[in-house]
Design a binder for this molecule. Structure first.
Ligand SMILES: [Zn+2]
Length: 439
């Protein structure tokens, strides 16, 4: 990905650096050749060349570019599980993913860690973004997912003879887990996404308290993935699934819904980040009826929402790490709504704004394994910056409205926002009727 040449100074705003530290009022951020050279009070800022590009933050907020930590570029208005595997051919999925990536960047998300993708689109999407073929977040790519046969992702009855080859490897036993990982090695993915547990979406045989992989299968996947320097994550709702994942050596936990003390102790001991992805649950409850979700599914989402909020509060209070991201790409939780996750954590779960921003920037970068390059506004890091017209610390929901963005900057280059007006598109993926997050 290209970086800017020359110097830029962003001034006249408060600086939220992403570390959780108090905002610096009247701050300046200086960028040179795509990297941050100064972040601090304007009063003590070094002089910049006369031809430096000046960005006026208009008394608003300067913060790191956001990181989507559970991103599905290839999901598009999914309304039922079957939409994932048979709705579109790979050609169209690829184009949709490119449109989603552009929208994601316009929404202030300069990086994203995939939580699974169809076919092997992520790897090539990442390459196209890195080659500047089109705009999008810096990506960590996942590929096809891994689930035990008969588990959450194995929904097509055998008589339909649908192989699910673009979506998931359905495995029996640790050897098949290893075989699936070996295919992913050749695909070039960085993250292996697995399904240790079920979900409220499948209340009959694979609900959120059901296990969908054995410990041995999970351990086989991790051993093979780590051998090839890949990381492993998994959809973990049931308590035992979380414990199994931590014991097996998972690098992150998705959802971590029903934590108990044993799970929390293990989590803290291993310092494993969790990405709760919780706004999805609220959206499923609020908008589920409109999409025809059965009551049993909605009831399950309510239990998941309650358990997930409680677990997220426990983890934060105990000093654990949380990433912000959230299964955007469903009909009731569409691409473009990513920052609703942040408003939700402040207004519904009770996190402070600064903690929430830290989760969405610094911890997100750690999850990507790129904390030395991105995630905070500190000298030496890549200039991935979001400049917002307004006080984000007072009202985090400003991040939901990309019309408030003065600039979305990646590697020092203004890629979106008012200062790149021509790039602000009304993507088809954007929700036309943004729902109030909290009533
Ligand atoms: Zn997901």
């Amino acid at each position: 990905m290209k970086t800017a040449q020359g110097t830029t100074i962003i001034r006249n705003g408060q600086l939220v650096d992403g570390t959780g530290a108090a905002p610096i009022p009247n701050a300046a951020l200086i960028l040179r050749d795509g990297k941050i050279t100064y972040a601090g009070p304007e009063l003590t800022a070094p002089a910049v060349p006369a031809d430096a590009l000046q960005i006026d933050a208009r008394g608003g907020t300067i913060l790191p570019g956001l990181v989507e930590a559970h991103y599905h570029a290839t999901y598009f208005n999914v309304e039922e599980l079957q939409d994932l595997d048979i709705k579109y051919p790979v050609e169209y999925i690829t184009l949709l993913a490119a449109a989603n990536a552009k929208l994601t960047l316009e929404c202030g998300y300069t990086a994203a860690r995939s939580g699974g993708c169809l076919h092997n689109v992520d790897v090539w999407l990442k390459m196209a973004i890195e080659e500047d073929l089109f705009p999008g977040p810096r990506m960590a790519a996942s590929g096809r997912e891994i689930c035990g046969a008969g588990g959450l992702m194995d929904w097509n009855p055998d008589f339909r003879k649908i192989g699910m080859e673009g979506l998931v490897f359905l495995i029996n036993g640790p050897d098949e887990g290893r075989r699936a990982v070996r295919k992913l090695v050749k695909d070039g993915v960085e993250w292996v996404k697995t399904y240790p547990t079920g979900d409220a979406a499948a209340p009959d045989v694979n609900d959120h308290h059901t296990l969908c992989m054995t410990f041995e299968e999970m351990h086989g996947v991790v051993a093979e993935a780590h051998n090839h320097k890949m990381k492993v994550t998994g959809h973990c709702r049931a308590t035992q699934g979380i414990i199994n994942a931590l014991r097996a050596g998972y690098d992150t936990i998705e959802h971590g819904t029903f934590m108990n003390q044993e799970a929390l102790d293990l989590l803290l001991e291993r310092n494993t980040p969790v990405v709760p992805a919780l706004h999805f649950e609220l959206a499923s409850i609020r908008r589920g009826p409109e999409f025809g979700l059965p009551q049993a599914v909605i009831d399950g989402h309510q239990e998941t929402l309650d358990g997930g909020c409680e677990s997220a509060r426990l983890i934060l209070k105990a000093g654990g790490r949380l990433g912000m991201g959230g299964d955007y790409g469903f009909g009731w939780n569409p691409h473009g709504d990513y920052a609703k996750e942040l408003t939700f954590f402040v207004k519904y779960v009770g996190f402070s704004t600064l903690d929430t921003i830290k989760c969405a920037t610094k911890t997100g970068a750690e999850i990507l394994g790129r904390e030395k390059e991105i995630g905070t506004l500190e000298a030496g890091k890549l200039a991935d910056v979001l400049v917002v017209d307004g006080d984000v610390v007072k009202d985090i929901s400003l991040l939901e409205n990309r019309k408030c963005f003065i600039a979305v900057i990646q590697g020092g280059i203004i890629k979106a926002g008012q200062l790149a007006g021509h790039l602000l598109s009304d993507s088809v993926a954007f929700s036309k009727t943004p729902e109030e997050v909290v009533g």
